[in-house]
Design a protein. Sequence first.
Length: 123
Amino acid sequence: MSEVHQIPIPIINYIHLIERKESPYYDLLLYIISDMERNLKKANLNHGIIYTINPRQLKEEIQEKIPDKKLTPINISRTILALLYGSELRKGDDYYVTTSSGGRKNYHVKITKSNLSLLRMHL
């Protein structure tokens, strides 16, 4: 992973967990990337789509598929950030983060074939 010195310490820890293919973090990212691929294929657009990840909603969605008490909305958020930092996607161009009035974060990723390749490469 490049430029690790600019990445916050908790996120660096998650990057290392992902590199070691530690469950449930690695499993979560496999699920997310597979879902991104399905959505891009379903949209059938050449210019890509914006894929939004809401950690709370994702937790509820995957609870049965990946039953692990470690998957809290905070850990899901950190896992997503570790993937985004590690994949060399550009903040602003390839992804952005929004915060609701209650402080909850949503992650918006521009899904193209090249961005999916970058994401997959860093798993």
